[in-house]
Write a protein that binds this ligand. Structure first.
Ligand code: LLP
Length: 459
């Protein structure tokens, strides 16, 4: 059977889906469902491809671990030389636990608390101190400060400067500017327009950067810009880079010494509906704008998340019931909006297909010769009408007990999963060739209730 064009690490062999070299049904049987499965081969391939495409910029690729924060996935990427983009104290600790070089960590996010800032400057302030050690058996104490804060507001700048001075640790930062550039993505994931809460407007950012020179322990090294996600074309990046380079030039002419540009993440992937730019096409637009400057000392950072893990993850779910309604055919599964919220929240498209089928797809769409497809809503067990994985989709007829695969679920799948309606969170498995590793066990129901009982002395 051919490998799918869009998913090189997913193959239907004799009508059975394999992730790398392992059968999907076998995994569902062994670990139960719903189950997130990631391909290590795919993650490596995506990371290497992106690094290769942007090689001329020698960028620090800071994996946006909000896309899929499992420590084993992060550790795999840290081993390939990735830095990390974190947006909370929790993500900061995950980055550290994945043995990343902390100088390659960028800390973004609009709401950094004092405690999070202190932990990012000194592991002695980590909430995991004395509780958790990393793989090498070390506590967080000596890990050093993050490489860069992405500062989102003037209040945050003052707060970081103050905490850095109190701790007598130098904080390096980029100012996140809001360039008011439309990334043409879903309104909930657009971040670079002036009506969005992110960053500081360009005009104001200039004053902020100049004024920041007064702070002894805060060094503003450059500018950060992130427009949204997923973005289909290099054009918005090119527009935003043009705007911020002009600003940096103006400030540098006055001695600001800005040597760093973080161009953010958002690089789109193929979910099967539209074809976004490839890494090479993004690079073809972006690299020429920056290559000359890199040659004269500019440091470039990128924050890719989705394009590293998105197409490497498959969500496996088992059909519980097939229900024929008056107007629709519902396939009720054990995964739903609590497992993968993207369809409900962003009307996102994920290709869904049975793991065992007589009509194996060769790309993220029903095969053209597939017979007997029926319009189907694949829904979950949650008590909400927004609880669907897809609607009105032509699907083969499936029976109770069948395993369905939801493709391209590696990014913003498990990381956005909830326990709504008291469903414990799914397990996660990493497949590498033939090797299968359970990288997070299925949550047990008792984990959902014991702390509540303990809080009132019942446990
Ligand atoms: N950098 C910053 C500052 C970000 O806010 C994000 C994503 C990224 C990098 C990584 O973007 P990526 O390369 O993964 O596209 N939950 C939504 C996506 C929200 C993205 C939030 N920020 C979804 O499921 O589509």
């Amino acid at each position: 059977m051919p490998t799918t064009n869009d998913l090189p690490h997913c193959t239907y062999r004799d009508g059975n889906l394999h992730i790398d070299k392992v059968g999907a049904e076998e995994l569902a049987e062994r670990f139960g469902t719903p189950l997130y499965v990631y391909s290590a081969t795919g993650i490596r391939a995506n990371f290497t491809r992106l690094s290769g495409a942007f090689m001329a910029l020698k960028p620090t690729l800071c994996y946006a671990l909000k896309a899929c924060g499992n420590v084993s996935v992060c550790r795999l990427l840290a081993g390939l030389g990735a830095g990390m983009d974190v947006v909370s104290g929790g993500e900061l600790e995950r980055a550290w636990l994945s043995s990343v070089d902390m100088s390659k960590v960028v800390f973004a996010g609009v709401g950094k608390t004092r405690a999070e800032i202190a932990a990012a400057l000194s592991g002695a302030h980590s909430p995991l101190k004395g509780i958790v050690k990393d793989v090498s058996g070390r506590g967080p104490e000596g890990r050093g400060a993050v490489g860069l804060f992405n500062i989102e507001s003037e209040g945050e700048l003052r707060r970081i400067a103050q905490i850095a001075a109190d701790l007598r640790v130098e904080a390096s930062a980029c100012i996140r500017v809001n360039p008011d550039v439309d990334a043409h993505t879903h309104k909930y994931t657009t971040t670079g327009k002036s009506e969005n809460k992110f960053g500081i407007a360009i005009a104001r950012a200039k004053e902020v950067i100049e004024a920041a020179r007064a702070h002894a322990y805060l060094k503003v090294r450059g500018v950060h810009v992130h427009l949204g996600s997923p973005i289909a074309s290099p054009k918005p990046y090119m527009e935003a880079i043009g705007v911020v380079l002009a600003m940096m030039d103006e400030l540098n002419a006055k001695g600001a010494g800005l040597d760093t540009l973080n161009i953010g993440g958002g690089y789109g992937i193929d979910y099967g509906l539209a074809t976004p730019a490839t890494p090479e096409e993004f690079a073809a637009g972006i690299v020429p704008l920056l290559a000359g400057r890199v040659a004269s000392g500019l440091r470039v950072f990128m924050e890719p998340g989705r394009c590293i893990v998105g197409n490497t993850g498959v969500l496996l779910t088992r059909v519980q019931y097939v229900k024929i309604g008056d107007k629709k055919r519902f396939v009720v599964c054990d995964a739903g909006m609590h497992t993968l919220i993207r369809p409900a929240l962003y009307q996102a498209h994920h290709f869904v297909w049975p793991a065992r089928t007589q009509s194996p797809p060769t790309r993220l769409a029903p095969p053209e010769n597939a017979a007997g497809l029926v319009g189907t809503d694949v829904v979950g067990p949650v008590c909400e009408s927004s609880d669907f994985l897809c609607q009105d989709r032509p699907l083969p007829v499936v029976e109770e007990g069948a395993v369905l695969a939801v493709f391209c679920a590696g990014a913003y799948g498990m990381s956005m999963a909830s326990t709504y309606n008291d469903h414990p969170k799914p397990a996660e498995v990493l497949v590498d060739g033939k090797q299968v590793t359970l990288i997070r066990p299925r949550q047990e129901l008792h984990e959902l209730v014991t702390s509540e009982l303990a809080a009132v002395g019942v446990a």
